[in-house]
Design a protein around this ligand. Structure first.
Ligand SMILES: [Zn+2]
Length: 72
C-alpha cells in the first residue's frame, strides 16, 4: 500500500485494541457497543482485535481495511 499523503510504501502490521474496535461518529464514553451509523471494524471477545493495517511513519498515518474482519 502507498501512503496517500507522501506516496511512499507503507509498512504492514496490525492495529490492535481491546475486544472491539469501531469507527464512531460520536465518541463513546461508556461502552463500545456500536450505535446506528457506527462501523464495527472488528470484534473478538477471546483474543482482542487486531485488524491488518498499513503505517506511514513519516506522515504518522495508519490505513486499516476491515473487509477481512467484517462481522457476518
Ligand atoms: Zn506518508
Amino acid at each position: 500500500m502507498i501512503c496517500p499523503y507522501c506516496n511512499i510504501r507503507m509498512e504492514k502490521g496490525y492495529l490492535q485494541a481491546g475486544q472491539i474496535m469501531l469507527w464512531a461518529k460520536k465518541k463513546h464514553k461508556v461502552s463500545l457497543l456500536p450505535r446506528e451509523g457506527d462501523v464495527l471494524i472488528a470484534k473478538d471477545y477471546l483474543c482482542g482485535v487486531a485488524p491488518e493495517a498499513y503505517i506511514c511513519k513519516p506522515c504518522k498515518m495508519v490505513v486499516v481495511s476491515y473487509a477481512s474482519t467484517e462481522v457476518k
